[in-house]
Ligand binder design. Structure first.
Ligand code: PMP
Length: 420
């Protein structure tokens, strides 16, 4: 039992979640790195996996493994059922309208490439504009550049201010009849900014422009409802939400997906193949060529069960608490500058230390068992905006605690002492 409930006459209110018990479900956290207890603050890059998820993947390999979708034998059907159960879980988790709208990919990068390549090749032409923002991860820039080069479309960029917030007036000015796609990050991995995606979608909707949201950093940390958002495409990765690497999701509205040509060809995505003509399988399989990472798909299902059991609202609340604690603590450190200071932030703190290169600082922190990210975080235009080579980034998850943040604070003081 993860949380205790107080019986109220009208409703069941979760009162107290045992976060320490939750943390204990992550075996990887219970170890020493460089002789010190591990403090893992690189959840934005990849989150850790609870035992229930790794056990589920292990059980599949031990007892259920077979190729899916094509076998008449029982083991294959069992594997297919387990894999397809994840589609149902994803559908419910993000409130997709149907199973056909849930496409399995290898991750956010793959999902965005799918849309850029398939939708873009069919719909973009010379002079069309693709609108992205200055705070995109490279995964939401480069696929659009590739398709722009091929089709003659051009990329336009929504700028941001010093706090790391999109300039919404500029966004509205950039929208025009030439705009054929708006592709924006929901939550920035480099800055933590939560973007005003409702406003973006509403404005694009008025002009009938499709919107893709990169949800790699939003789905793991808050409740996302794609129908309430009325978003056209939504992408995320299993490994950032307590699941395994090599698996992810593209949500797309059915009418758009139906109109899009296949992305990759091969087994599973076809209806009938002859040398003269090949026809495509129905959604979602039209976009799923070849044998997928089956165990990873089943792992994502277990991760969704795990997160749902805790409750995304509870996760969001706990992470907001940790972010506030960390922001307060780090703001008090002399010579530390937080990069990305929007009022609306997810649990990411990018920061710089006066006169100390982020990589040098990261190395000293690592010697103390503290894992933070250093560098440009695959968002070089963000670094260019601030005229910096990179930052240090502490990205928090619900299984972190105040002690982790205190250890980070002590670690930073040691870095400062080390570099005099
Ligand atoms: N977009 C954002 C905002 C991200 O944080 C990441 C991962 N750092 C990606 C896209 C790419 O995700 P993946 O590497 O899982 O494809």
């Amino acid at each position: 039992m993860i949380y205790s409930k107080m019986n109220n006459t009208t409703t069941d209110i979760p009162t107290k979640i045992d976060w320490a018990a939750i943390r204990a479900q992550f075996p990887v956290l219970d170890q020493e790195i460089n002789g010190k207890k591990l403090v893992y603050l690189d959840n934005g890059a990849s989150s850790q996996m609870p035992k229930s998820v790794s056990d589920r993947i292990d059980a599949y390999h031990k007892h259920e493994h077979a190729n899916i979708h094509r076998g008449i034998h029982s083991l294959s059907q069992q594997a297919t059922d387990a894999y397809e159960a994840t589609r149902e879980k994803v559908k419910n988790f993000i409130n997709a309208g149907s199973l056909e709208e849930v496409i399995f990919t290898t991750g956010t990068t793959d999902s965005i490439n799918l849309v850029a390549s398939s939708y873009g090749r069919k719909n973009f032409k010379e002079g069309d504009e693709i609108l992205v923002s200055e705070m995109e991860h490279h995964a939401n820039i480069v696929p659009w550049q590739i398709i722009a080069e091929e089709t003659g479309a051009v990329l336009k960029v929504i700028p941001m201010n010093e706090a790391g917030e999109l300039l919404m007036d500029e966004f509205h000015n950039l929208l025009s009849d030439r705009t054929k796609m708006v592709a924006v990050v929901h939550v920035s991995n480099a800055l933590g900014t939560v973007n005003p995606v409702e406003e973006i979608i509403e404005a694009a909707r008025e002009r009938n422009i499709p919107v893709l949201l990169d949800g790699a950093q939003s789905v793991p940390h808050s409740k996302v409802d794609v129908q309430a958002l009325d978003v056209d495409f939504f992408t995320f990765s299993a490994h950032k939400m307590c699941g395994p690497t090599g698996f992810g999701v593209l949500y797309g509205k059915k009418n758009l997906l139906e109109d899009m040509p296949p992305y990759r060809g091969g087994g599973d995505m076809i209806d009938k193949v002859t040398f003269a003509k090949t026809t495509w399988n129905d959604l979602p399989h039209k976009f799923e060529a070849g044998t997928p990472p089956i165990s990873a798909g089943i792992g994502l299902g277990a991760a969704i069960d795990y997160l749902t059991d805790i409750g995304m609202e509870n996760i969001a609340e706990r992470e907001a608490e940790l972010l506030a604690y960390a922001t307060e603590k780090m703001s008090r450190i002399d010579g530390l500058r937080i990069v990305g200071t929007s009022d609306n932030k997810a649990s990411v703190i990018s920061f710089l230390l006066d006169g100390i290169h982020p990589t040098d600082a990261g190395t000293i922190l690592d010697q103390q068992g503290i894992a933070v990210r250093t560098g440009h975080h695959c968002a070089q235009p963000v670094m260019d905006h601030y005229g910096i080579p990179g930052t240090m980034r502490a990205s928090l998850s619900f299984y972190n605690n105040e002690e982790d943040i205190d250890r980070l604070g002590e670690g930073i003081e040691l870095v400062k002492e080390f570099f005099g």
